[in-house]
Design a protein around this ligand. Structure first.
Ligand code: ZN
Length: 432
């Protein structure tokens, strides 16, 4: 369907810009932008007077499977460190996931995303009991809502070689099956240095290279990852990744909390993306990522928290209180980094409201109490705008939320089913 959005206050953060304009949308892209566009007979006109239009937001690293973890019973003995957080919580949760839980966690997470104006989710999935076809289940859930997704399956040695190989196969199958898809793409998922042998890392790097894609992997999230590499392999994580051919332009390293400046320089020189996940880092008390070194290769993720980038950006900014930072985090560059990742993964232009850009848009009902200009829009994003102001969302030219109603599914019915699936999931976890 062709659409004409009229009288919208078009706002972009990077570069900062505020301008009232009309946008013509056809074939999933913005085909015209001008101060006044005369409607055509074949297009639907939307009057957005008093509304802000921004490019759809990108969540550059998350785990949709954790959507059903909210409020789940805590382990009997509190985890003492990061490894125990994984062993006692997340590695139990992912082993307890069945097809129904994968589906409803993805659906619930995607509903959170669209209600927050997030149109692209870069997900990292693990479900050792259901490996084959698991990425299709997530894709099916995202498709029913219309959120774009770059998906991968987490390859790891923690379940033995057979499961590792099934993980590699699932990535390959999904990457090939989505080669021509414009809304869904595959990457090669890998857990982290400390659960991958040299051989397994090399298999991930080789697969990504053969399929012309990148590896999406956790890097130095906790100090344990770094000391494990030194003690077990006698070198740093980045050296291991480089040897395994993982440091490429298409690869995504999540966290980077304990990477040194030298490590980050090498990562940046290779063209990899580094994804900052401030809420998760604070929650797991793993430390403060040296985000100021990420520069334009940084992006923002939620690492299992709801894909609400308004919220995540606030945490990224307020964390500057950490004495090591000394300067505020450039959250606009981080958000824009996600847009550049989207452009690389999906092709085309994201993060702009210009002719030729993807028609992935957010309409906000935000009443600014101070002037909204290119100099102030960042301040409004940080100190005023919230996901509750997101009124409508469009991906590839289609409204996937209109006037706060998710259009593709009955969100109330989905959440009802998700609650039932969550209960069953928690029961299975108790028995592990
Ligand atoms: Zn993660």
């Amino acid at each position: 369907m062709d659409s004409l959005l009229q009288h919208a206050s078009c706002v972009t953060l990077s570069p900062p810009s505020v301008e009232t304009a009309d946008l013509r949308i056809s074939g999933g892209v913005i085909v015209e932008r001008s101060a006044h566009i005369v409607p055509r007979r074949n297009e639907t006109v939307f009057d957005l007077t008093g509304r802000i239009v921004m490019p759809g937001l990108v969540c550059a690293h998350t785990h949709l499977y954790s959507s059903l973890s909210r409020g789940m019973p805590r382990p009997k003995k509190a985890p003492a460190n990061f490894l125990e957080v994984l062993q006692k919580i997340w590695w139990k949760l992912d082993r307890a996931l069945d097809e129904e839980a994968i589906y409803y966690s993805a659906l619930a997470g995607a509903i959170d995303a669209v209600r927050s104006g997030t149109t692209i989710i870069i997900d990292h999935h693990a479900s050792p009991t259901v490996i084959n076809g698991s990425l299709d289940i997530i894709k099916e859930a995202l498709e029913s809502i219309g959120v774009r997704g770059a998906l991968c399956y987490e390859v790891t040695d923690r379940g033995g070689k057979k499961k590792r190989d099934r993980g590699l196969d699932e990535n390959e199958r999904f990457i090939r099956s989505t080669a021509e898809n414009t809304l869904y793409k595959g990457l090669v998922g890998a857990h982290a240095s400390f659960t991958l042998s040299d051989e397994s890392l090399a298999l991930c790097g080789d697969l990504a290279s053969r399929l012309h894609t990148g590896v999406h992997i956790h890097a130095a999230e906790d100090a344990y990852d770094v000391s494990h590499a030194q003690n077990t392999h006698g070198c740093g994580i980045i050296e291991r990744f480089a040897r395994a051919n993982i440091l490429t332009k298409a690869s995504i390293l999540a966290h980077g909390v304990h990477l040194s400046e030298t490590d980050i320089t090498a990562v940046r020189a290779a063209g990899c993306r580094l994804v900052h996940n401030p809420r998760s880092n604070m929650n797991n008390r793993v430390g403060y990522a040296p985000v100021h070194f990420f520069k334009e290769q940084g992006a923002l993720g939620t690492d299992g928290f709801p894909a609400d980038m308004f919220e995540e950006a606030k945490f990224a900014f307020y964390q500057r209180c950490d004495s090591r930072m000394g300067q505020p985090v450039d959250f606009m560059t981080l958000l824009n980094g996600g847009q550049r990742m989207a452009s690389d993964i999906f092709g085309g232009r994201f993060g702009a409201l210009a002719t030729g850009s993807a028609a992935d848009l957010v309409v906000l009902n935000y009443q600014a109490p101070t002037p909204m200009t290119k100099n102030t829009c960042g301040g409004h994003f940080l100190f005023g705008m919230q996901s509750s102001a997101v009124e409508s969302v469009m991906t590839a030219g289609t409204w996937i939320m209109k006037d706060r109603t998710v259009t593709g599914i009955d969100a109330d019915a989905v959440m009802e089913k998700a609650r039932k699936a969550a209960k069953k999931l928690w029961n299975r976890m108790e028995k592990l």
